[in-house]
Every structure is written in C-alpha cells, then in structure tokens.
Ligand binder design. Sequence first.
Ligand SMILES: [Zn+2]
Length: 329
Amino acid sequence: MKLETELNALDRLLLAEATDGFMPAKVCDIHAHVVEPSGYAPGSVAAHLTGVTISPASYRAAMELILPERRLVEALVFPFPARQHDRPAINRWMYDQIATLPSSSPTQGLAIVAPTDDPAPTEEAMASGRCRGLKPYHFYVGRADTSQVTVEDFAPEWMWKQCDRHGAVLMLHLMRDAAVADPINQEQLRRLSAKYPNCQVVLAHIARSFNHRNARGLRTLANCPNLCVDTSAVTEAEGMRVALDVFGPQRVLYGSDYPISHLRGRCVTVGNQMLWLYAEENKAPQMTLIGIESLIALRAACTQAGLGAVDVQRIFRDNALAVFAKFHA
Ligand SMILES: [Zn+2]
C-alpha cells in the first residue's frame, strides 16, 4: 500500500464532485494520526508506515491534497497505534512537535494509553494543556486476540474519569463483531457516559460502522449527549445517514483518519462483515483515495438528509470546536 502524494485526473474529478459547492472554506479534522517510527518495534507497524515519519506539520501539509486551498484549520492528532511501543515517549514527542507549530496551525494531541498505564503522565499533561484527551486502543489489552474486547476492557474507568475531570476527548474505536450494534458495548457506553458527563466521547468511524448495518445500534445511544461520532475512513453513505438521523448534525464530526485517507481503496459492507479493498492488493489502480471516497459518502449522506450549509459547516468544523471548548471550561 502506498501513501499518495499526488492526485490523478480521476481523483481530481471525484474530489471536485465531492466538495465543490459543499465543503466549507474552513475545516477541523477531529481524527488524524502522527507516526514516530523510532518508537515502533520492528514489524509492528503496517508496511506502508514502516520508516515513515509523520509529524503534525507534515500531516498538515499532506492534507492539502484532499482539503485544498488551506481549508484545514484546527486538527486533533494522535499517534498511530502499534502493539509494542513506548507510549509515554511517543506522546511526549507528539506534544513537543505540536508546540513547534505556529498559532496559525491550531493542533491538539491525544495521548495513546493502555488500560494498565499509570494515569499520572497524562494527568500532568492534561493539567498543563499539552494533552487534550486519550486514545486507547484494543491492541493494548493484554490478550492475543483483542478483536472481541469490550469498551471497558480497552477503556477502563480511570480513562473516563480523567477525561471527565478535564472536559477532554476520549476517542474510542469500538471492537467486537457488531461494534455499536453489540449490546455489551451499548450498555457500557450508556452507563459510563452518564456517569462521566463531562467526558467528550468521540466514537471513531461512525462508531466503527464500516459495516453500515451496525450503525443502527446508534439508536440505543441517542440520549447520551456527550457521545458523538466521527466520519473518518468510512466510505459508505448509509451509516453516516443513520448517524445524522439518530444523533443529528450537531453530533457528527468530520475526520480524515490520515494517513489512511491517502491510501487508494474503499471499505464496503458484505453480509455482517466489512471488506477493505486496496488498489495494490486488488490490482485495481482505478480506485481513488479513501479520503476522497469518504467525502463523497459524507456529501451523499448530507444531501439525502436534506442538510443546509449551516449543518454542513457544523459537521466540518463547528461541532469539533464545541467539543474542544469543553476542555478546562
Ligand atoms: Zn484512526
């Protein structure tokens, strides 16, 4: 898989179809990754990221490809997760990199955390404002197979409590086969979001509805005001449409999932599973970028839902700024 740095004629055509007269002039990206390669154990990072460094600054420059004309204003970044690495050191590298950016490039960072981590370093970093929330991940649960871990398995209560104390973001990538349609995940999300109402929960990838049929599970979470979803790496309109209908346009946030956005491919619903298709693996160079597919899907969902410019502006920026405004409020 290859991280694209240029658009071909098809990409340009599809990007124009996705954005012309639709995408606002200023965008906040709520979901993007940085990569500090020295911190990753050999073989632990996806091949396309091996030996790659993605700083907050290089990420911002790369986004010009799909958010042209300097649309990207605010961004929320976090390290790309891998099973074996020095989380506190990578988090510190990210905070330091962010601190070098000019104020014209407002960028916030989430710390990657494991259930067994000492909460003290992130507590200190949040108190000083260097860390704006937590990014747990299923990889960090100490089991060989982490595909079926529950929310509490990978995001135990100390993380909710810490984010609640600071009004910080808790970015969750749901696991288990049915993701947000899973009753155990639903019960835990309802209970913990009610207990920690100041914890700003972002359910990544439309609550991981890469199989859009799972998005119907969002209905059980409609009355949890501190839960929202991001659109990152979702390339089908159906799940986004459910999120818009159930959560409303004030709780759906644009995210790119860079560097995933810059791979050629698409993720499609098949039966009760998802299928990731990549141009190289499928010998299908006519595919476009995942980030462009995701924008096409978002436009389709917004159009089907009958949203106007104000709601579209909310999704691309205002909702994220409202989330950021809760920090130390
Ligand atoms: Zn991601």
